[in-house]
Design a protein around this ligand. Structure first.
Ligand code: SF4
Length: 434
């Protein structure tokens, strides 16, 4: 990991979205509700495939290198990085919002700096897997393949839906499906039993932002699902198929259909990993799916603290205890369990959250943490979610190190792992008394 020799300059933007550095100020960062100074070792070069944002109505904050004080830049608007997949943010960009500024859309806003002709950001690569690296994709090849497949399989509505995801939403999983490799998506559910503030597939009219994707409008048949999955298993290297995508609601609500499709898949082949990305709200359904042949479960959460989970997810007809019970059920069935953990620097890396995470790992015997970025306007989050005080932030890297030290069997990453990793790591948890 290459760090700069000093803290980079603050990056600002103008009305047209042009970016430029303010050489009078160093990058400052937001953690939780505070603004802090950074060290050179907090930065990495902006990874290839990252995006950069111009943030209208927001005055950038930096650090005066002489006095060490936090100051407002006089050079325009704030900017931020949206780091490439496989990277986890460690600090947010810092700004002051002007009255009337629009709420930011559902992305993560990571600190951005400039030094020696290079952009820098505050993140860490957490997964060596290159399945979503920008340089892995040829969009013309994706579009040709999608067109060919849809023409050849006119009766499969799910295939047409995934083609839309690959060509309109530029979804990496859908694009990989049409490139016949790795993890493929299997969306199934038009509805959900959570009401996450930052849901990317549904935003109520009264919210100041819109969702970035539309939910699937039908429940595919088990045959439509299995046809796609078995075709993928037959030709893809390291194949995984995943229920639970950004273009749907909560797949566990369709568990009966999913169960039938898993039975069909496993009648056809033992190849590949069948994975469910879920809120894991129905433990009995998880049990049924495991018995049908599910290989892995990934449970999304913004926090291991029930209070903060409830404040963000607003569960309908289920509780955080059900989520934990689903993980226990999955582990008792011998399958792989990950958490899809949304990292909000200054909230996730507090002592209270660390303790809750440790308890959850020990209680539910999970196998993996997928360190994801919390895609939300940080101010909108604080306005709408009652965030319990968790103590001082230790830093996201320190949090990861402490988890590694305390639970050496846990696999750390960003993506659902394939069979090789599962077979290697799965037995480890059972030999440890955590
Ligand atoms: S669980 Fe997923 S689909 Fe349901 S509200 Fe939350 S983000 Fe949206």
């Amino acid at each position: 990991m290459k760090h700069p020799h000093k803290v980079p300059y603050l990056v600002c933007s103008d009305d047209e979205g042009n970016l430029f550095e303010d050489e009078s100020l160093q990058v400052a960062a937001r953690v939780g509700n505070s603004v802090i100074a950074l060290k050179p070792t907090d930065f990495i070069e902006l990874p290839f495939g990252s995006d950069m944002f111009h943030l209208p109505g927001r005055i950038p904050l930096g650090i005066d290198p002489v006095t060490g004080e936090v100051k407002q830049s006089e050079m325009g608007y704030a900017s931020a990085a949206f780091v490439a997949p496989a990277h986890t943010q460690t600090h947010l960009a810092a700004w002051v919002t002007e009255p009337g500024a629009p709420t930011l859309p559902l992305y993560a806003y990571t600190a951005l700096g400039w030094l020696d002709d290079k952009f820098y950001t505050t993140a860490v690569r957490v997964d060596p897997d290159r399945r979503q690296d920008c340089d892995q994709f040829n969009q013309n090849a994706v579009e040709r393949s999608a067109k060919r497949e849809v023409k050849a399989n006119k009766n499969n509505r799910l295939l047409a839906h995934i083609a839309h995801c690959a060509t309109v939403y530029i979804c990496p999983a859908a694009r990989n499906y049409f490139l016949n490799r790795w993890e493929a998506p299997l969306p199934t559910s038009p509805t959900c039993n959570s009401q996450c503030l930052g849901c990317i597939s549904y935003q109520p009219k009264e919210h100041p932002i819109t969702s970035t994707q539309n939910r699937i409008t039908f429940v595919p048949t088990p045959e439509e699902i299995a046809e796609i999955a078995t075709g993928h298993f037959a030709i893809a290297p390291n194949p995984i198929v995943s229920f639970g995508q950004g273009c749907e609601g909560e797949p566990i609500l369709q568990w009966k259909t999913i169960k039938e499709s898993i039975i069909l898949m496993r009648q056809a082949t033992t190849k590949g990993v069948i994975n469910l990305n879920s809120n894991a709200s129905l433990p009995d359904a998880v049990d049924e799916l495991c018995k049908a042949g599910l290989d892995s479960l990934r449970v999304s959460m913004n926090s291991a603290r029930e209070e903060l989970y409830n404040a963000y997810y607003k569960p309908r007809n289920y509780t955080f205890s059900d989520v934990k019970e689903s993980m226990r059920v999955a582990r008792r069935n011998g399958i792989w369990v990950s958490i899809n953990y949304f990292v909000f620097p200054g909230v996730t890396d507090t002592e209270a959250e660390f303790e809750a995470l440790c308890n959850l790992i020990a209680d539910c015997k999970i196998n993996m943490i997928q360190w994801r970025n919390f895609n939300i306007d940080p101010e909108w989050f604080y306005e709408n979610v009652k965030v319990p005080h968790g103590g001082e932030a230790m830093g996201v890297r320190a949090l990861m190190d402490r988890i590694r030290e305390k639970f050496p069997h846990i696999y750390h990453g960003y993506f659902n792992p394939g069979k090789e990793i599962i077979n290697d790591y799965l037995p480890r948890v059972n030999t440890l008394d955590c």
